[in-house]
Design a protein. Structure first.
Length: 107
């Protein structure tokens, strides 16, 4: 199954605007195998967060990006949970990567 099909199977289905934003961030990865979902979603979420931090984006216009980042990271953890033996290590690595974004974004 591809990442695109894996995303289509997620429930609840996100609102259309959010789904479009998620798919926009994952566009280059949608043909990957679903086993790559965790890493692809986490990378995409990191890109969105890094962009928001760089731009100091805090206005209402940034809301869809914030929601997309949240959804992408949530999907990454959901995908990681499909392989319980790897879950703890993947979660630690993901949290470290996300925390590094915050440290890099500080003036």
């Amino acid at each position: 199954m591809t990442l695109a099909r894996w995303l289509q199977a997620r429930r609840p289905v996100p609102p259309p605007a959010l789904r479009a934003r998620i798919e926009q961030e994952l566009a280059a990865s949608l043909a990957l195998d679903e086993r790559e979902a965790c890493e692809a979603c986490l990378r995409a979420g990191e890109r969105v967060v890094a962009s928001l931090l760089r731009e100091n984006a805090t206005s209402r216009e940034s809301a869809i990006d914030l929601l997309a980042a949240d959804a992408l990271v949530t999907y990454a953890f959901e995908a990681a949970s499909e392989r319980p033996g790897e879950l703890a290590a993947r979660c630690r690595a993901a949290m470290s990567r996300i925390a590094a974004l915050a440290r890099a974004g500080k003036p």
